[in-house]
Design a protein around this ligand. Structure first.
Ligand SMILES: Cc1cc2nc3c(=O)[nH]c(=O)nc-3n(C[C@H](O)[C@H](O)[C@H](O)COP(=O)(O)OP(=O)(O)OC[C@H]3O[C@@H](n4cnc5c(N)ncnc54)[C@H](O)[C@@H]3O)c2cc1C
Length: 393
């Protein structure tokens, strides 16, 4: 097994790296937003996505008939990790999740309407699965989609919808058949975010960013905006989540943070003693870089499994997400342990080690083991789908 890129893949990685260095823009690339840097939520960040589109780097793995280049998904992986490393907006939701799911299950109408706009970086999406009583148990969603003449009438509530405050379209699951078994009564829809029946209420988070509650009052969705078949929504959502757990939880931010930590630890002192001589510091850092190699191996495993095509790989995606997001949090926790009291100085203050970067990152990375399905949910998926244990919810 060769874990290195082929010469062609490496040449692409170098090209992207050089381009990102040349196009560095501190307004767009703010590392202190941690994982939220992936969102194209400001005019500058949307303009950046347009530049990526002009490079021909959006939808590289998509079929040619939908504007793609039909090249291996590893190129999108290389691009996305490089964007994440530079704290730039990423290709996650549009290209990586919604576009790919539409290609597999969307009608020709939806493909024609949305795929070109995704490739041209013209639209941003919000994803709405979670509700107050439906987080880990997403199949318990109760947002009502009632069949009416020519479409569907939606009433109810979503919660934790990141991006709702700036997105153009809502990729949203709803209960279209209250009498069907819970997993079969769900359908997936695309709804314009500016519909007058949608009310968006901000929920500021522990990090610098906000997520949202979204309330639906008589939102009419024409039949054409139902994704795939009525009642199959949960299947599409599960596939989209397999993509999300890999695409939206890139490894590079945690690798970059570890790099900063190691540089700092090599120079820092405590009680006039070099930290680099402290056996506990050496132990923590050695463990981090070793676990990063494991996480890289798990990500390579996802990319290899996805090469086969068809349904996105579930087990590889859950194992990667479980390990990589717990590691990302542990890097921050270990950093604060090494930094002692000074590690608690607020992010952005000169007095803090690395300007308090790990104080901010420690808070920001809390979401990683929750969003896209918690660590416990990933363990349940692995127990059930990989090891054959019985279903427990
Ligand atoms: C900042 C942020 C952004 C988010 N963005 C989005 C978004 O854009 N779109 C969206 O749809 N959702 C989003 N989410 C929601 C996220 O996916 C849910 O929070 C997550 O799925 C957990 O659901 P919950 O919060 O209802 O917790 P619960 O499901 O109530 O879980 C509570 C605890 O119980 C554990 N638990 C639950 N069930 C089991 C079980 N069967 N076995 C073992 N342990 C279990 C969980 O692991 C967790 O520790 C976001 C959340 C946050 C915090």
């Amino acid at each position: 097994m060769d874990f290195d890129f082929t010469p062609e893949e490496q040449a692409f990685a170098d090209e992207v790296e050089n381009w990102l260095v040349e196009n560095h823009d501190p307004v767009v690339m703010d590392p202190t937003r941690e994982n939220f840097t992936q969102l194209a939520d400001t005019p500058e960040r949307r303009a950046f996505m347009k530049k990526l589109a002009a490079q021909g780097w959006l939808g590289m793995s998509w079929p040619k008939e939908y504007g793609g280049q039909e090249i291996e998904g590893v190129y999108e992986y290389i691009l996305n990790e490089a964007l994440a490393k530079h704290s730039a907006p990423q290709i996650g939701k549009g290209v990586g999740i919604i576009g790919k799911t539409l290609i597999r299950h969307g009608s020709e109408f939806l493909k024609k309407e949305f795929l070109p706009k995704i490739l041209n970086a013209e639209i941003e999406f919000a994803v709405g699965y979670s509700e107050p009583q439906a987080g880990s148990d997403a199949a318990n969603m109760q947002l009502k989609a009632e069949k009416v003449e020519g479409g569907w009438l939606m009433n109810g509530q979503k919660i934790w919808t990141t991006s709702a405050h700036f997105a153009d379209w809502y990729w949203v699951g709803a209960r279209s058949d209250p009498d069907a078994p819970k997993h079969s009564g769900i359908s997936l829809f695309l709804v314009p975010m500016n519909d007058k029946g949608l009310e968006i209420v901000s929920l500021p988070t522990i990090g610098k960013d906000t997520t949202n509650q979204v309330f639906f009052t008589d939102v009419f969705v024409p039949d054409e905006y139902l994704v795939g078949h009525e009642g199959n929504g949960f299947q599409y959502i599960s596939e989209a989540l397999d993509l999300e757990r890999f695409t939206m939880f890139t490894l590079s931010p945690s690798t970059e943070r570890a790099r900063l930590l190691i540089e700092w630890a090599k120079e820092a002192t405590r009680d006039d003693q070099p930290l680099k001589d402290d056996p506990n510091v050496r132990r923590l850092i050695s463990r981090i870089v070793t676990d990063q190699a494991v996480a890289k191996g798990l990500s390579t495993r996802f990319v290899c499994a996805a090469r086969k095509g068809g349904k996105p790989p579930t087990i590889e995606s859950s194992q990667y997400k479980l390990f990589a997001t717990q590691l990302s949090q542990r890097v921050c926790k270990d950093a604060l342990d090494m930094q002692g009291a000074a590690g608690q100085i607020h992010e952005g203050q000169d007095e803090g080690p690395i300007r308090g970067r790990f104080e901010g990152a420690y808070r920001a990375t809390v979401v990683e083991t929750i969003g896209g399905g918690s660590s416990e949910v990933q363990k349940n998926i692995i127990a059930r789908r990989y090891l054959g244990f019985p279903k427990n919810f």
